[in-house]
Design a protein around this ligand. Sequence first.
Ligand code: ATP
Ligand code: MG
Length: 253
Amino acid sequence: MTSKKIAISMKGVCFSYAHSESVIENASISVQEGEFIGIIGPNGGGKTTLLKLLMGFLEPTKGEISIFGKNPKSYPNGIAYVPQNLRFDKLFPITVMELVLGGRLATLPWWGIFSKKDREKANEALEKVKLLKYAHKPFGELSGGQAQRALIARALASEPHILLLDEPTANVDAQAEAGIHELLLELRKSLTILMVTHDIRAVIRQVERVLCVQRQIDAVSPGELCEHFALGLYHFPLIQTPETHLKSSKGSR
Ligand SMILES: Nc1ncnc2c1ncn2[C@@H]1O[C@H](COP(=O)(O)OP(=O)(O)OP(=O)(O)O)[C@@H](O)[C@H]1O
Ligand SMILES: [Mg+2]
């Protein structure tokens, strides 16, 4: 029997932006390979900062982060990120295929020409998100939901082991949101996924754990969160409110 690996480990991680108060405080969590995790928290709670720390874009002021046992910076291709509110000039003349090929940039040789393999990987990614027939359309002509799926394809083209998504359904209608959730259910079969979401209720049955991020990071099971919803107590802080009797499963699963 093969035991699952630890995909993400954070030990005593603290972070603050220069000359500011702390954003993440003493966070210790571990995520197993193949887990599907929802991330919730109030505006400004530190969710996007957490993803940037995992990507190695930011460095902890204290503590340690490892991705499959390595420093996030030395694991650049294994982890892909779909950013929050990616501002994109709709008139910028780029096709969907060109956008998705952008996910292959890290593997591009110095002479800068995409190989046959790069195009194959971009095609595969577009097929997974059901946008292959739009490959040669201008990106600016896609609907909100299609554009979000194209951005997911761009992340998938880099062949990641871990996929981080920052509110992928924030600006799309209910139908597109359902399409993205369906896609993530398919992707979770082969990837470790962490998704920041404003609507945890929509995915509560699919995720294995929920990270509640509000300076501190607490891991709770969907069951614990449902109990919280049932009591009508969905507010922050989720964990520290004594009357909720919510047990934190901080540290590991
Ligand atoms: N580049 C930055 N420089 C200084 N402070 C920052 C920077 N980026 C974020 N912050 C601050 O860090 C805190 C956490 O921000 P972050 O973007 O991680 O929150 P969030 O949970 O993603 O919020 P939202 O739900 O609004 O997306 C906020 O107080 C924010 O103002
Ligand atoms: Mg954010």
